[in-house]
Design a protein around this ligand. Structure first.
Ligand SMILES: C[S@@+](CC[C@H](N)C(=O)[O-])C[C@H]1O[C@@H](n2cnc3c(N)ncnc32)[C@H](O)[C@@H]1O
Length: 259
């Protein structure tokens, strides 16, 4: 790592608590160098000083390190498995279900979970915690208004039932919002919630180093309740899940192993 970039990562960590070293380096450095150059800074030290002074620059920097793309029912077949197999396995009858959508971006994922439960599991009382490191996306998630593109994989009947069209935007039903608690959380730094029945964490671990991933899987396994399940993204299979006390139960679903 060049000294200039190395010092930058240290400064960013001390000032903002974001540990860039835990993200894959080549990819992150390329993304930040092009942004820095675009703003006319020729080294990372000058760019860092500017970031501490100008909020707009800081927002842009956050946007660059956090890739926020999301969709409702992203990879629809996995959501079918969640409905038909996984939820009945975790909670065969009625009762409470504690869910955590980690790195939820603009909210498409936690709202998809809320829709699925309301529609197909009316006997279950869900509490959904939805977190992300980026406060700006959390604000958008709370607003819950989306362009049609984000809804392309959601079955039509659900789109009609749970959204109201307002101009170009589709607004989520307020009853869904009441099920979700949006909160800032850094997967690399903050404490993890306990006794979670279902953790949904998709399309973020690909950006982390193997070491950071291992730490996160370990923390997820500790977070899960007995029989709890971790649902990961469609490029994010865990190679030795038993290392973390997890076992594969369906493609991209891992259950906490009995002790
Ligand atoms: C591509 S989005 C994934 C959204 C959603 N889970 C999905 O699969 O559609 C990745 C999200 O990870 C968040 N993120 C990046 N680093 C994070 C960290 N250290 N802790 C928590 N969230 C993080 C970003 O802010 C971004 O919103």
């Amino acid at each position: 790592m060049s000294d200039d970039y190395h010092l930058f990562t240290e400064n960013i960590y001390m000032k903002f608590g974001i540990d860039l070293k835990q993200y894959k380096e080549a990819q992150m450095k390329r993304r930040l160098t092009s942004l820095r150059d675009k703003r006319g800074f020729h080294d990372f030290q000058k760019y860092y000083i500017a970031l501490t002074k100008e909020t707009e620059l800081l927002h842009e920097f956050m946007d660059r390190i956090t890739i926020n793309v999301s969709e409702f029912y992203r990879n629809p077949k996995r959501w079918e498995v969640l409905k038909d197999t996984i939820i009945p396995l975790i909670k065969p009858n009625q009762g409470e279900l504690k869910i955590w959508s980690a790195a939820c971006s603009t909210g498409e994922e936690p709202y998809s979970i809320a829709i699925l439960l309301k529609e197909y599991f009316p006997g279950i009382q869900p509490t959904i915690l939805a977190t992300d490191i980026d406060e700006k996306v959390l604000e958008r998630a709370k607003t819950g208004a989306y362009l049609e593109q984000a809804l392309k994989d959601l079955p039509k009947s659900l789109k009609q039932k749970y959204f109201t069209k307002n101009g170009e935007l589709f607004e989520v039903d307020p009853t869904l919002k009441r099920l979700i608690n949006f909160k800032k959380h850094n997967l690399l730094e903050d404490n993890y919630p306990k006794n979670v029945d279902l953790i949904v964490c998709r399309n973020v671990l690909i950006y982390f180093t193997d070491q950071a991933k291992d730490k996160i899987y370990h923390n997820f396994a500790t977070s899960l309740s007995q029989n709890g399940v971790l649902f990961v993204g469609s490029t994010e299979q865990i190679f030795s899940p038993n290392k973390f006390g997890l076992k594969l139960i369906d493609t991209f679903f891992y259950q906490k192993e009995d002790k």
